[in-house]
Design a protein around this ligand. Structure first.
Ligand SMILES: Cc1ncc(COP(=O)(O)O)c(C=O)c1O
Length: 450
């Protein structure tokens, strides 16, 4: 390694050939998702009407630690992978910290975030079984953009329900999806029964990932040859995202370091899982002492203030019941600009890991995230997505502790996306128009009861 190497890359040949399935190595396996009618544990076949078959098997696989990445998927991964592992010298200097800060830059993907890592295999498996149409939900539009592009790569038609508040806050993400040929509808909409029910009850509903998931599932169920795809929460999505941490593991080795702390922002858990699970396998198997921190918004704090229980992943209750940390599936998050983190629940694997004390969670107020986003932009030249700002803020908190203790901790975080399509949010922040939201305990209790 040169004295001050900034970025670390892998050659195309070194891009991983397998995803890592942490379920196989977990001592306490995640509890099974349940059929909401029978309350029986779900079998892969129960999910066939909604998802591509291969994804249903990946979802419930607790035996195979390594799942081969299909060659056509790996070929498309080469369009931007490996993503750089970057030593954040600029940020370290700006903070005056002795910590060594690294970030994995997933913002270099064609659509600007990590979401393409799962969109490509999901579209691939759909095409393999003869599906012609795919549908999904999207918050800030990052997942919708990824799926729209992936669908085009495999000759599929895509229909995306975008959370209404984000549809309005981030109009260019809609343009991106449409540029890739997708149909985009703000959710809740009058185009589905679920949407109509929600709008009848709450005419001004601003939408949430929960409402958009209900609408997309309904479309998949009622349209021939159409499958639903999901950009987070589910275990197969986390599986695909492990490409991030598997690359990072090799790149950290090139840098001659190993992380003491691994951090990801947290919506449903996929990028956090992606960066952390490959490292966590050394904690589970070899007792390696690394801290894993999920950074969530203070206004949507399912990991830090939610309850571990069976709950639906969507507003209307169409999904299986998942054992997870949740704020209740009727929880309507505040209109923060990190649209991708406005989700009431957490994936089942991450929920079990948190319950078992293998990872930690922190919640970050909105103003701190944008303050950190500006600091990072000025120090490293990359404007982070509002979601990613949560991970950076958590990393900055840890780096500041090192100033006090003098420790040279190695901190690795995932830069899940860039914020160039989120400049309206930065505008609002710079104009002093953004606020923190308080969330009284009673509101969470009420939402969990409903
Ligand atoms: C840039 C970015 N980061 C993070 C997330 C959160 O999702 P997840 O927790 O699945 O990584 C999103 C979701 O839309 C996103 O767009």
């Amino acid at each position: 390694m040169s004295a001050k190497q900034k970025r670390f890359f892998l050659s195309e040949d070194e891009i991983p050939r397998y995803w890592y399935n942490i379920q196989a190595d977990m001592v306490n396996k995640p509890m099974p998702p349940l059929n909401p009618q029978t309350k029986e544990p779900l079998k892969p076949e129960d999910l066939y009407p909604i998802f591509a078959k291969e994804l249903c098997h990946q979802e419930l696989d607790q035996e195979n630690a390594w799942i081969e990445i299909p060659e056509p998927v790996r070929e498309y991964y080469k369009y931007w992978r490996s993503t750089p592992l970057v030593r954040a010298y600029g940020l370290e200097k700006a903070l005056g910290t002795p910590a060594h800060i690294y970030f994995k830059n997933e913002s270099v993907s064609p659509i600007g975030s990590h979401k393409l890592n799962s969109a490509i295999p999901q579209a691939y498996y759909c095409q393999q079984e003869g599906v012609t149409n795919v549908t999904t939900e999207t918050g800030a539009g990052q997942w919708g953009a990824a799926l729209s592009y992936a669908a085009k790569l495999f000759g599929l038609e895509a229909a995306v329900y975008q959370v209404k508040i984000s549809y309005e806050q981030k109009p260019y993400r809609r343009s991106i999806m449409q540029t890739f040929g997708a149909q985009v509808t703000p959710s809740p909409s009058m185009s589905t029964r679920a949407g109509k029910d929600i709008l009848t009850q709450t005419p001004n509903h601003q939408g949430s990932l929960g409402t958009a998931i209900s609408e997309a599932i309904e479309l998949a169920r009622t349209t021939p040859n159409c499958k639903y795809t999901l950009g987070s929460v589910l275990s197969h999505v986390s599986l695909h995202q492990t490409i991030i941490g598997l690359e990072a593991e090799k790149q950290m080795e090139m840098a001659g370091e190993y992380p003491d702390i691994v951090i990801g922002c947290f919506g449903g858990g996929s990028n956090f899982a992606g960066i952390s699970f490959p490292f966590m396998r050394h904690t589970i198997k070899d007792g390696r002492k690394t801290r894993y921190i999920a950074a969530e918004p203070a206004s949507c704090p399912k990991l830090t203030r939610g309850k571990f229980q069976y709950d639906f992943a969507d507003e209307a209750g169409y999904t299986p019941l998942l054992p997870m940390y949740t704020l209740g599936h009727k929880f309507a998050p505040a209109n923060i600009h990190a649209g991708g983190l406005r989700f009431h629940g957490a994936g089942v694997i991450v929920s079990q890991l948190l319950k078992d004390g293998l990872m930690e969670a922190v919640d970050i107020p909105q103003l701190e995230t944008f303050e950190t986003g500006c600091l990072f932009a000025r120090a490293e030249g990359i404007i982070p997505a509002p979601e990613s700002c949560h991970a950076i803020a958590a990393a900055v908190r840890e780096a500041k502790k090192c100033i006090e203790t003098g420790e040279e901790k190695v901190i690795l975080f995932n830069l899940s996306g860039h914020g160039l399509v989120d400049m309206a949010s930065y505008d609002q922040y710079l104009a002093g128009n953004l606020m923190n939201y308080s969330l009284p305990d009673e509101m969470i209790e009420k939402s969990l009861e409903s």
